[in-house]
Design a protein around this ligand. Structure first.
Ligand SMILES: Cc1ncc(COP(=O)(O)O)c(C=O)c1O
Length: 355
C-alpha cells in the first residue's frame, strides 16, 4: 500500500497542519457509534471543499465517460494492476452482486468461511448458489478443510481480514486455493490495515478477483465507492453485467480527491492499529477474551454478561457496539475509532463491569 502507511510521517503532520487530515487525537463527535467498522473521522472540510472545486470543472448535464478511464488509470497506478482489469462500482457490495450475477448459476457450489460478511450469503442465495461453509474461529480459518472443499467449486469467497472475525487468510492458503481450479474472490475491504495483501498473487492466468472499497480506511462509506480487479478476459464478462455509468460524476469526483490525498489517508492507519492494540489490552485485562484481529475491529466475549446484556449496558452509557452473538455465540464486536471514542468505550466498559 502507500508508503505513508508505515509510519505517522512528516507528511501526515504536514497534512494535519494544512487541515487535510485529522489525527485520532482530534475532538470527537457527540455519539459513540462503533458498530460498523467505519473510519474514525469524517473528511476534513478542506477535502470536501476540494471535491466541490473538482465538481465545478465537470459538466453535470453530460453522462460521465463510459469507461471511467482516467479514474481506472489512477487506480491502476495505485494497485499496479492494468486498468483494463479494473471495474469501479458503488462500493464492494455493489460489485459483489455484479460478480455473482456474472458467474453464478443455480446449483453452483460456492465455498466460503462462516461466519463471514452477511451480504455474501444473501446475494449468493439469491443467485441460487449452493453454499458450502467452512468454520473460522478465534484460532483462524480451517485452512485444510477450505482447501479440500475448493476442488470442483465454482467460487471460493473469502474476506481477508474476515468480517466479523478479523482473521487474515495466510498467503500459502491463498496459493493453495488458487491451485484448486476454482475462481477465488478475495474481499480486501480492510486490506489497508495489512502489510501483506493478495495483489502480489494477481496474474492474467490466475483465477483471482480482488475487491477493494473506499468505505473503510479511505473514510468515505457514505459516498459508496469501490473497485474490483481480475484477469482482463474475465473482467470483460463482468462489464457485460454491470450497468453503464453505474458510478456517477459526484462519486468519481470524491474518488479523484481521495486519490490526490492517498498518502495522507493512509498515514492514519498506524494510529488506528496502535489504538486497536490499546483497546485489545483493555479487553484482555478485563478477561473479555478479545480475538486476534488485523483490522479496525475486535471481537470479544463477555463472561459475566450475555452479549445482549453487555450491548444494552454499553448503549445505556451512549456507546453502540455490534452484538454478533447470532453468528458467533457469546460475542460482540467493537470497531476501533478515534482516541476519544475509544476512551468512551473503555470508560463505559469499566462502568458496566463495575471496575
Ligand atoms: C468484508 C466486507 N466487505 C464489504 C463490505 C462493504 O463494503 P462497501 O461499503 O464497499 O459496500 C464490508 C462492510 O462492512 C465488509 O466488512
Amino acid at each position: 500500500m502507500a508508503d505513508g502507511a508505515t509510519s505517522f510521517s512528516q507528511f501526515a503532520r504536514e497534512a494535519v497542519r494544512k487541515q487535510t487530515l485529522y489525527t485520532l487525537g482530534a475532538p470527537p463527535d457527540a455519539d459513540v457509534k462503533i458498530n460498523q467498522n467505519e473510519a474514525p473521522f469524517d473528511l476534513p472540510d478542506a477535502l470536501k471543499q476540494e471535491v466541490f472545486e473538482h465538481l465545478l470543472t465537470r459538466e453535470w448535464h453530460k453522462y460521465p465517460s463510459i469507461d471511467a478511464a482516467e479514474l481506472r488509470e489512477r487506480l491502476s497506478a495505485l494497485w499496479q494492476w492494468p486498468a483494463e482489469g479494473i471495474i469501479i462500482g458503488n462500493g464492494s457490495n455493489h460489485l459483489l452482486s455484479v460478480l455473482y450475477r456474472t458467474m453464478i448459476n443455480p446449483g453452483d457450489r460456492v465455498v466460503m468461511p462462516t461466519p463471514c460478511f452477511s451480504t455474501y450469503t444473501m446475494q449468493l442465495e439469491h443467485c441460487g448458489a449452493h453454499i458450502d461453509t467452512v468454520r473460522v474461529d478465534r484460532h483462524g480459518f480451517d485452512t485444510e478443510t477450505l482447501v479440500a472443499k475448493a476442488k470442483g467449486a465454482k467460487l471460493i469467497m473469502v474476506a481477508s481480514p474476515n468480517n466479523p472475525t478479523g482473521t487474515v487468510l495466510p498467503m500459502e492458503t491463498l496459493d493453495a486455493l488458487l491451485q484448486s481450479g476454482a475462481m477465488v474472490a478475495l474481499d480486501e475491504a480492510y486490506a489497508e490495515y495489512l502489510d501483506v495483501d493478495g495483489l502480489s498473487r494477481m496474474g492474467q492466468d490466475v483465477p483471482l478477483i480482488i475487491l477493494r472499497t473506499f468505505s473503510k480506511a479511505w473514510g468515505i462509506g457514505g459516498v459508496r465507492f469501490g473497485a474490483m480487479m481480475g484477469p482482463t478476459s474475465f473482467m470483460k464478462e463482468v462489464k457485460k453485467v454491470i450497468l453503464p455509468f453505474a458510478v456517477g460524476t459526484m462519486t468519481r469526483a470524491v474518488a479523484h480527491v481521495m486519490l490526490n490525498h492517498a498518502d495522507e489517508r493512509m498515514a492514519i492507519l498506524d494510529e488506528v492499529k496502535s489504538e486497536r492494540e490499546r483497546v485489545r489490552g483493555v479487553l484482555e485485562a478485563a478477561g473479555l477474551r478479545p480475538w486476534p484481529s488485523e483490522s479496525n475491529f475486535i471481537v470479544f466475549e463477555p463472561k459475566d454478561h450475555t452479549p445482549a446484556e453487555m450491548f444494552n449496558a454499553l448503549l445505556a452509557q451512549g456507546v453502540m457496539v455490534r452484538n454478533i452473538s447470532g453468528t458467533i455465540p457469546g460475542a460482540l464486536r467493537v470497531s476501533i475509532s478515534n482516541v476519544a471514542h475509544n476512551d468512551r468505550f473503555v470508560e463505559a466498559l469499566h462502568a458496566v463491569l463495575g471496575a
